[in-house]
Design a protein around this ligand. Structure first.
Ligand SMILES: C[S@@+](CC[C@H](N)C(=O)[O-])C[C@H]1O[C@@H](n2cnc3c(N)ncnc32)[C@H](O)[C@@H]1O
Length: 268
């Protein structure tokens, strides 16, 4: 089985993500950060920081006596993050399954906002996070629930099941590796964490148009949304998905609703 591609990102996708995530992932991320009750002076690691909007917000919470580091495998996104100059905020290119450069028990808090579903393998990242957290340190996860796909994912799966798209094998189910709440609970326990909170919350988003919904999906998937298709078929698939999204038009825009798992776990 192939995996999520980290080579499909472009300057345009990264910049678009920076603009649109302010109204989407950033807002969800603030809720996760609230659950983590981050305090001044704490050391924080943001795994899969993207363009760094949430990390910049956390830099304000930890203040001058604390620090936050963001890691992300996409160099174009890390470059946008690094432009957010603050003394207590830094970014590096890196992946969740290789945190060896960070010292053992160096962080009070590690969080992954809208990232966990992109990791093909979960246990190694969790074990590494466990290693870099201090005893009693908090892990925060906000991730899409496998049991609650949103309309865009469902429509995409239906379109891609048809000819000619079905001839091309997608990297993974929807280009993502979502888990259920039960699976996440089990993964956290297996890697040594004590689960403090784990719940699925309804997650509603509105996009101004079907086109905007697709642009959001492409930017937030760093090109993976339809990235396995040849360019000509990608254009055709986008048109089919857009047509079908029209059925979810409301006065507020194209409505999509899925479920998001919020988990807080403690390093024992
Ligand atoms: C939807 S974005 C979320 C970005 C950011 N956390 C936010 O809240 O805006 C998903 C991020 O996961 C990152 N990602 C994908 N695979 C990863 C991996 N193996 N390790 C760490 N991050 C990864 C991507 O590069 C991308 O920036």
């Amino acid at each position: 089985m192939s995996t999520v591609s980290l080579t499909l990102d472009t300057q345009e996708l990264a910049q678009h993500y920076e603009r649109i995530s302010a109204a989407h992932q950033f807002k969800g991320g603030q809720m996760l950060i609230e659950e983590l009750a981050i305090r001044p002076g704490e050391k924080v690691l943001d795994v899969g920081s993207g363009t760094g909007l949430l990390a910049e917000y956390v830099a304000g919470l930890v203040g001058p006596t604390g620090a936050i580091i963001g890691v992300d495998p996409l160099p174009l996104r890390i470059a946008l993050a690094q432009a957010k100059g603050r003394a207590n905020l830094s970014f590096k290119v890196g992946t969740a399954d290789d945190l060896r450069e960070f010292p053992e028990a160096g962080f009070d808090v590690v969080y992954l906002n809208a990232v966990f579903h992109w990791l093909p393998e979960k246990l190694e990242p969790l074990r590494q996070i466990y290693r870099v957290l201090k005893k009693g340190g908090r892990l925060g996860l906000s991730t899409g629930s496998k049991d609650h796909p949103n309309q865009l994912q469902t429509i995409k799966a239906q379109v891609l099941a048809r000819e000619p798209y079905s001839r091309y094998l997608e990297a993974s189910g929807g280009g993502m590796y979502r888990v259920s709440a039960d699976e996440l609970r089990s993964l956290l326990s297996q890697s040594g964490f004590a689960v403090q909170k784990l719940e699925v919350r309804p997650h509603v988003r509105y996009h101004p148009s079907p086109q905007a919904a697709i642009e959001f999906a492409e930017a937030s998937s760093f090109g993976n949304f339809l990235g396995h298709l040849p360019e000509a078929l990608r254009t055709a698939a986008r048109e089919e998905i857009k047509r079908e999204l029209e059925q979810f038009r409301t006065p507020e825009g194209i409505r999509r609703e899925g479920g998001r798992i919020i988990a807080i776990a403690i390093r024992s």
